[in-house]
Design a protein. Structure first.
Length: 468
């Protein structure tokens, strides 16, 4: 495999690497203090090995990124592109002796065009920063991962991130129109377009979205924008079982409704959020479903959905009275993963997406797995698109509990594939799911993926050891 051919540079070469990098970079952009470089070794995933970078580079210009890649190619040094390192699959984890290429300093919004409805940005722009900037122009950038206050656009592109509003507005891949990419040998390539339509040649833009920095380094992105929608109103529905809540989801989607958000939190997640933030969510419920509409008459849409929830067995349905109450409910959902981490101190966050029609089976299966392994597993989900986040809570200091956590994680992924789903809807493969990617794609699929990798990165320098 091309990923296994890279050897970490010997210690006597580290000084030469640094000198070569400094020939085209300012001193403040090159970090070699081991205590500092160690902090760039990994993202937020559990059970993912990480090496020690030889150096961390924080470029500010495209030319500086090109210099880094030319130097890496000449010296045969691996490069791991990084954003905010908020990922959950080990996709930004360093390998020994690599250049950790942090793009967080390339954080300019270069253009916002209300006429063309595009934004041109550098990869280090924070998702929430872009959203607020375009809002001033009466526009919106819909993709909104739960970590939107810290994750970067480059990281979102690398993992093809989703978010809470995907059910209506789609995922990151649907908003990336064009890219500037520095290839492994330092050449700069532009893909895609600025126009509303365009079908010239192979769609290389979509190829880079979700490639986790393994094919090139994104240094600029042209993103599609939408008109700013009306403020959404949210409804909360309580259910006596997760199965009933999933039945409500199916009824809502089959009824032709287009909610701007349709989220689910199970009993474990609701309790964890209350314990963390004292939000007063109803802990008597087995599942809490949040539905939102940003239409011209959201109250009417919520009333129709409320009726469907009641028909599915909801024990209580409460529409928010105003935007403030709606935002409070959304904040509870955004806190879910942080709250579950506080249960035991460590989590493994799964990211299995199944057909909506199989969502109830997925949640029932996760409940059985939790009981079999004697673990706390909370589930929050982008229910409207079938993307579940079963979150295994465990004590990393307990070897037996850690083993059970890892085994339960694998069983959850196996269950997702059994139900016709995929091992990741938005978090990426990274290190954590390499084995499972091979199972999902099959041998021919993996062979073709590796062929694409070789075409763009024949030396295997970019983010080695990830994906496959």
């Amino acid at each position: 495999m091309i990923m296994s051919r890279i050897e970490a540079p010997r210690d006597e070469h580290t000084g030469n690497l640094t000198d070569r990098l400094l020939a085209g970079l300012p001193p403040e952009a090159v970090l070699t203090d081991p205590d500092i470089t160690a902090s760039y070794a990994h993202d937020m995933a559990s059970f993912c090995p990480a090496g020690r970078p030889a150096v961390v580079v924080l470029p500010r210009t495209v030319e500086q990124v090109q210099h880094v890649m030319r130097t890496a190619t000449e010296l045969r040094v691996p490069v791991v592109p990084q954003g905010a390192r908020s990922g959950l699959s080990g996709g930004a984890n360093a390998v020994d002796g690599c250049i950790a290429l942090s793009l967080t300093k390339m954080d300019r919004i270069l253009e916002i065009s209300p006429v063309d409805r595009i934004a041109v940005v550098e990869p280090g722009v924070i998702n929430a920063t872009l959203s607020r900037a375009v809002e001033e122009h009466g526009l919106c950038y819909p993709p909104d991962p739960s970590s939107w206050e810290m994750c970067t656009i480059g990281g979102n592109i690398g993992t093809a991130s989703g978010g809470l509003c995907c059910v209506k507005y789609g995922v990151t891949a649907e908003y990336v129109l064009g890219l500037d990419v520095v290839l492994a040998d330092g050449r700069l390539m532009s893909t895609g377009r600025r126009t509303a339509k365009g079908v010239a040649g192979y769609d290389l833009t979509r190829l880079f979205v979700g490639s986790e920095g393994s094919l090139g380094v994104v240094v600029r992105a042209v993103l599609a924008l939408k008109p700013k929608p009306p403020r959404q109103l949210v409804l909360a529905a309580e259910f006596a079982s997760a199965t009933a809540a999933c039945d409500a989801v199916c009824r809502i989607m089959a009824g032709g409704h287009v909610p701007s958000l349709l989220e689910l939190m199970d009993r474990t997640t609701v309790k964890a959020v209350n314990d963390l933030a004292h939000m007063g969510l109803p802990e008597t419920t087995e599942a809490l479903l949040l539905a939102a509409f940003d239409t011209a008459d959201p109250a009417a849409d919520l009333a129709a959905v409320a009726a469907l929830c009641e028909a599915a067995g909801a024990t209580q349905v409460v529409p928010a009275d105003d935007e403030a109450e709606s935002e409070l409910l959304l904040q509870a959902r955004r806190l879910s993963l942080t709250a579950l981490e506080a249960v035991k101190g460590t989590t493994m966050i799964d990211d299995v997406c199944v057909p909506r029609s199989r969502l109830g089976e997925m949640l029932e299966g996760v409940e059985r797995i939790a009981a079999r392994y004697g673990l706390t597993i909370g589930v929050c989900a982008h229910a409207g698109d079938g993307n579940t986040h079963p979150t295994v809570c465990f004590d990393a200091r307990d070897p037996d509990e850690s083993r059970r956590a890892r085994e339960s994680f694998d069983e959850i992924m196996a269950l997702g594939l059994e139900l016709g789903g995929t091992i990741t809807g938005e978090h990426g493969v990274g290190v954590l799911k390499k084995e499972w990617l091979a199972r999902e794609l099959g041998p021919v699929g993996v062979e073709m993926q590796r062929a694409v990798k070789r075409a763009f990165d024949p030396l295997g320098l970019l983010n080695p050891g990830k994906l496959f």
